[in-house]
Design a protein around this ligand. Sequence first.
Ligand code: SF4
Length: 408
Amino acid sequence: MKTEQFNLFEGTRRLQMTDSIELTAQSLNAYGPTHKHWAVAWSGGKDSTATLTLLVYLIESGKVQRPQTLTVLFADTRMELVPLMAAASDIIDDLRARGIDVRTVMAPLDKRFLVYILGRGVPPPNNNTLRWCTRQIKIDPMTAALRELVGGLGEKVLTITGVRQGESAMRDQRIVMSCGKDGAECGQGWYQQTLPTALTDTLAPLLHWRVCHVWEWLRSWAPRPEFGDWSTKLLAEAYGGDEAEEVNARTGCTGCPLASRDTALDNLVSRPQWAYLAPLQGLKPIYRWLREPANRLRQPGGERRGDGTLSKNQQRMGPLTLEARTEALGRVLVIQAEVNAAALALGRPQVDILNAEEEARIRELIAAGTWPQRWTGDEPTGDTLLPIHYADGSVLPLLDFSQPIGYE
Ligand code: SF4
């Protein structure tokens, strides 16, 4: 029994699991009734799965007032880790069995991660400034799904996200919406920050949760019948099983080119039951290889903006050559086939990052010589020696090594 008054901003005492759950219920009861319709932006990762399963438990147990409608929007990037997809599909079945409306949210064919890279030729993202993927495969599809939902309901919804900042952020009353901080899920902070306010308000009822509570909920609480009997053990196991409390694993796409290490995948394949996924560790090297100058086109120099002035970034590196795209497509397909042959033999879940429709579309786009805007395909490759063009219009010619260099 609790004997002391709990103070969130107390320096020494840390939130207990029950306190965390209680604060979540309070936050939902405080802000939830302002909207009749709720949506959950669910990525299938640990934070948003904990949020979703806890939310349903709190509603079913009467601890949180039931909204008029609850819609779960599952963001399928097509690049999720295999155990995440397996767990998500079990949870989707459970949600539907409870009568909850679950909708799968996916980018249109040409905008999907591998189709955009291999079909259109846009290089894999490699830093936060050239990071097109989160918006394209997560935020934009979620916004489109919300637009459709709100259109049908005729009023603004409350979107519940899995953004989590831990206790320090609560103490400091500082909410930084960075992506990937403290092992957070890619996209969650962005959902909170970028979904249009005309369609939705957002609420992050697990904002104060420590990562160890997320694991504890997924591994020990949510699977118990009294908390909803959820298939979340698989998810916790995917990130390190018994050691999960220690693993502040960032969740995101398989082989995310922006993560310095593929921590979640590396942890997975070190476990015997997931070792067959090891070929997927080959995806990151493919993305790295694709970014090499020989596999890309480059502006030859003298590129101008629409207003006729010289572009600042002369001789910028650009899209992937058709040859590199074809080669990478073949390599990805080999990786997928290797994993699935092993999965079939072992009776384990298969990977599906490139289906027949996506492969056919990539081949079609390559055959049609598709290039991103402002590229024609006639530009030289990035490893071609060229005179150097500067943004002020000056040009440094190539040295002519055919002439002997002499001293007078
Ligand atoms: S996990 Fe990585 S590849 Fe996937 S959307 Fe986020 S940043 Fe992009």
